[in-house]
Design a protein around this ligand. Structure first.
Ligand code: ZN
Length: 160
């Protein structure tokens, strides 16, 4: 495993829609391992492949301290409710904002073995998944934030 360099928000790759993964090559598996290590090292709760410069539909999302979901070709099947929450992003350092998101989502994807699975997520995990799926479309949370928050107001940010 190796740490990858996290791109910042002025990088054009972050603004490009990512490509669907067609085969689970060893490169994709290595990328997933590296993304896990890179996210942990940066104290993040989610990471999209294009944040490390790979324009493919791959994301990881932490569910608490123990579980990290790996989603290849994720698709949001269902969204419910709307709630406001504060977000940050590893690609947009020292910036926090309030972003409206669905409070519950159902997301389908394939895992690293190519098996389809479905996650029903609420609360923070639902927010992380929506934030990361936006990355795959070239969208940043700063596009959707309704209010930005002074970093001094933030005790401890969760960045994805
Ligand atoms: Zn982000």
């Amino acid at each position: 495993m190796a740490l990858r360099n996290i791109l910042h928000d002025n990088h054009p790759v972050l603004r490009k829609k990512t490509d669907k993964v067609k085969n689970l090559s060893s490169g994709v598996l290595r990328l997933l391992d590296d993304m896990r290590e890179t996210m942990k090292d940066a104290n993040g709760v989610g990471l999209a492949a294009n944040q490390v410069g790979v324009s493919k539909r791959i994301l990881i999302a932490a569910d608490g301290d123990e579980v990290i979901y790996e989603l290849i070709n994720p698709h949001c099947e269902k969204r419910e409710g709307e709630g406001m929450g504060i977000e940050g992003c590893l690609s947009v350092p020292q910036t926090y904002g309030e972003v409206p998101r669905a409070t519950k989502v159902v997301v389908t994807a394939i895992d690293r073995e190519g098996k389809p699975f479905r996650i029903t997520a609420e609360g923070l995990l639902a927010r992380i998944l929506q934030h990361e799926m936006d990355h795959l479309e070239g969208v940043l949370f700063t596009d959707k934030a309704v209010r930005f928050i002074d970093p001094a107001e933030m005790q401890e940010g969760e960045e994805s």
